[in-house]
Write a protein that binds this ligand. Structure first.
Ligand code: NAD
Length: 361
């Protein structure tokens, strides 16, 4: 059976890692018709918008997409295409497994097996922001100051943090169902509800309520996000499935990537009721763009998740094994998996992918 899948190579190191993934998927024998689109700055230059409607329609039609990272301008410019895609397609759950891989020597940790479930649709990432000195910002500040005992300075910018009961319950249910389906033992709700009593408090209460339905099946506990960060560094093996609001989920994803050897090996999936978009945790790493240098593993493992999702379990298993064998052997791996990052025996993106393809054959 041929699968039709939307492809977004992204920018920076995106095209290199996505092309490596396409070659590896092809070597599994799974037949895919790719529908390719650009997004971000490239799309602005071509179509006058960072997120062309055709791209959204293609994913809605195909239901599945593979995506490389897309650069978001810092402190200004267009809003994140990555966040917008998740919102437009209602990809409310971001699943990011952080699992130790045998042979990775750049981390002191072993036996890490954590799955991050990040709420993808709201929180400070909702994009509801008010810029300093705008008329509407002044009006908003005056209104807040009129109804709140706490005062906001007039020369402030404001970001709104919406956390709804609907989205919190939805991600909590997703996390517990994921835990059941994947035979996990524990779900930890991560929050800062001691300070943000109404937003994080609502999130936590929703997860607590859902947890009650799983008593005897899945254990449940809670962690304040700053304390969790410390515990993840000291005793990461204590954690299993983490469910977090959007911002903490983003930050803790990179922390967990660090535990298993870095962003080069951390995969991810954005899932909704109808569509699924697979992409690595890492970004466009502009300083390495076009150098055939970075690790394709994070995108390859995202492709493994995608193959599982489309029912190609056997191909997924074979690709996963081929990646793990190449890493374990340690001969054809990129600079980030070497003890010394300047190790001259490190290979490039293409050669690592080639070694994986040879294993597949
Ligand atoms: P980044 O993840 O792009 O890179 C940070 C560092 O991690 C790199 O300099 C490199 O040392 C390492 N790294 C990342 N990917 C690697 C790989 N495959 N192999 C080896 N090492 C790797 O983070 P950043 O520099 O903060 O962000 C760059 C841009 O990417 C920003 O515009 C940001 O908004 C964007 N971004 C996009 C996504 C996405 O598309 N989903 C995610 C995160 C960041």
């Amino acid at each position: 059976m041929k699968h039709k899948i939307t492809l977004i190579k992204g920018d920076g190191i995106g095209p290199e890692v996505v092309e490596a993934a396409c070659r590896c998927i092809e070597a599994t024998g799974v037949e895919i018709i790719w529908e390719e689109f650009t997004a971000g700055q490239q799309a602005i230059e071509k179509f006058g918008t960072p997120l062309p409607n055709e791209l959204i329609e293609s994913i809605k039609k195909n239901k599945v997409a593979l995506k490389g990272p897309i650069t978001t301008p810092i402190a200004g410019g267009f809003r994140s295409v990555n966040v917008a895609l998740r919102q437009e397609l209602e990809l409310f759950a971001c699943v990011r497994p952080a699992k130790s891989i045998e042979g990775i020597i750049t981390t002191p940790y072993q036996n890490i097996d954590i799955v991050i479930i990040r709420e993808n649709s709201e929180d400070l990432y909702a994009g509801v922001e008010f810029e300093k000195d705008n008329k509407s910002t002044h009006e908003l500040i005056s209104f807040i100051n009129s109804i709140s005992k706490k005062k906001i300075r007039q020369d402030s910018s404001i970001s709104i943090k919406p956390i709804s009961e609907f989205a919190s319950r939805r991600i909590a249910e997703f996390a517990f169902e994921y835990a059941l389906k994947h035979k996990r033992r524990l779900v930890t709700a991560v929050h800062k509800a001691n300070i943000m009593k109404y937003t994080d408090g609502l999130f936590l209460n929703c997860v607590r309520k859902v947890a009650e339905r799983y008593v005897g099946k899945i254990d449940f506990n809670e962690a304040i996000v700053d304390n969790l960060s410390m515990q993840l560094v000291l005793r990461p093996q204590n954690f299993d499935v983490l469910v977090l609001p959007n911002l903490y989920g983003d930050i803790i994803s990179d922390l967990c990537a660090g535990l298993i050897g870095g962003l080069g090996v951390a995969p991810g999936a954005n899932l909704g009721k109808d569509c699924a978009l697979f992409e690595p945790v890492h970004g466009a790493a502009p300083k390495y763009a076009g150098q055939d240098k970075v690790n394709p593993t994070a995108t390859l493992l995202s492709a493994v998740m995608m193959l599982e999702h489309i029912g190609e379990e056997e191909a997924a298993r074979r690709l996963d094994s081929a990646i793990k064998e190449v890493i374990k052997e340690g001969k054809f791996v990129t600079y980030d998996l070497k003890k010394d990052r300047n190790d001259p025996t490190a290979v490039g993106t293409k050669q690592m992918a080639k070694a994986i393809i040879e294993r597949l054959r």
